[in-house]
Design a protein around this ligand. Structure first.
Ligand code: GLU
Length: 426
């Protein structure tokens, strides 16, 4: 059975890089009907923090990346490592220096080169002569990552190691440990780093923040998964929208690129906007409410606004004008190719026409749209005289949904109040 793992060190928040590594491990394992474990590599006691571990776990849960079994924590397994450390010592592979235990590279019988096949990058060779002895247990008696990682991969029956390319240089040293302990070799795939759009390293501004920051900004889990899945991986057909189950079907390590993967915030926004646009109305309302408990979502407002949203946070900003009419100038009511007289005339006709209409007329946005069009057609007025002026009258904004949509969402009374107010301004 295929068994992978995500093995974060809790020395920082779950950032995009680790989240993407977790996702690739998950996709790879699930495609093969296998398992993925979560192992917290916390033997660096000074740098490991509970808040980071909590953040990593919460981030994976948010994404819906479900690991198999319980969370494995390396500091719970020190006795297991001790057994292997003793064995290395007994067989002459280690020595002590300044209280630390070192692995003696020359004691491991190998060829001149340490080689392995990386599924993404092909054959990788390191001259053994370049590998210096290295510490496997600190003077404080803490086993280090290079060692514990190898032992746990063996103990947990991991078959495939999928991790960031920053670990390539660790691999030959880990292979030496495996050889000294007579452990089976593993398959490796080192995935490309994530880069900012200008190909520089990710910075705080460009994505190097906790994944949960994105949730706070109103990004959906499905958009994050979709975006992460395409960071360095390209499905067979050019597709931009793939959910978790489609990613599982499509995923293939052989289609992971070697070059750095560019993270593009605009692409993430457009993916997020797509998921919002294509989400059922009540589901979206629920998501917005759970995103911000203080917000009461108005169904009609949502209907006319949702195509404009890029994130869940946009509901509040975009719906402001519906709750309270913003201040606007009389000039704004007059379309640039129109005159004050025609705009005023248009608004008056709208007021008279709409004031007579009953509830069944107001229940359908199409009726309002047609009524406005008839006013244009029957009165020698331009679209701008009617549609522009009424849009500004109803929203107070130069950029907003269609006037018929706003009127439908506001209802008869409020719409007429706003139109009268505009007439008063001209
Ligand atoms: N603890 C290592 C890290 O956080 C894991 C390396 C690996 O996946 O083997 O980068």
């Amino acid at each position: 059975m295929t068994i992978t793992r995500i093995a974060p060190s809790p020395t920082g928040f779950l950032h995009l890089g680790t989240a993407r590594t977790a996702l690739f491990n998950y996709l790879f394992a699930k495609k093969k009907g296998g398992k993925m474990y979560l192992r917290i590599e916390d033997t660096d006691k000074e740098r490991s923090k509970k808040v980071f571990e909590d953040d990593i776990i919460a981030g994976l849960k948010f994404l819906g990346i479900k690991w198999d079994g319980v969370v494995v924590r390396q500091t719970d397994r020190l006795l297991i490592y001790k057994k292997y450390i003793d064995e290395l010592g007994k067989n002459g592979f280690t020595y002590e220096l300044d209280g630390a235990i070192w692995l003696k590279v020359s004691a491991v019988k190998t060829k001149d080169k340490i080689e392995f096949i990386d599924t993404i990058r092909g054959k990788i060779c390191f001259p053994k002569a370049k590998i210096k002895d290295f510490v496997i247990v600190t003077s404080k008696k803490m086993p280090l990552f290079l060692l514990t990682n190898v032992i746990d991969d063996y103990e947990m029956k991991i078959t495939d190691v999928i991790r960031g390319e920053d670990h390539i240089s660790n691999t030959p040293r880990q292979i030496l440990i495996q050889m000294a302990l007579k452990l089976p070799a593993l398959r490796y795939a080192h995935i490309p780093l994530i880069l900012a759009p200008d190909k520089s390293k990710m910075s705080k501004r460009a994505g190097a923040v906790s994944l949960l920051e994105y949730r706070k900004q109103g990004f959906l889990a499905e958009s994050m998964v979709n975006m992460l899945g395409l960071l360095g991986f390209h499905p067979k057909e050019e597709k931009e929208i793939l959910d978790l189950s489609e990613l599982i079907t499509e995923f293939d390590l052989k289609r992971v690129q070697r070059a750095g993967a560019i993270f593009n915030q605009d692409k993430l926004l457009s993916i997020n906007a797509w998921y919002i646009r294509n989400m059922g109305q009540s589901e979206l309302a629920e998501r917005i409410s759970s995103f911000d408990g203080k917000i009461k979502v108005h169904k009609k407002y949502l209907t006319i606004l949702k195509d404009r949203f890029k994130t869940l946070a946009d509901y509040q900003a975009e719906s402001k004008f519906l709750h309270t009419l913003p201040d606007y100038s009389a000039e704004l009511l007059v379309f640039k190719k129109s005159t004050l007289k025609d705009s005023l005339n248009g608004l008056k006709l709208i007021k008279e026409n709409l004031a007579e209409k009953d509830a069944s007329f107001w229940a359908d946005e199409k009726n309002i749209r047609e009524a406005l069009q008839e006013i244009v057609d029957n009165n020698d007025l331009s679209n701008g005289d009617v549609f522009w002026s009424s849009r500004v009258a109803l929203s107070g904004l130069a950029n907003s949904p269609q006037p018929s949509e706003i009127a439908w969402a506001l209802g008869k009374e409020e719409s007429l109040t706003r139109i009268k107010k505009a007439i008063g301004k001209l």
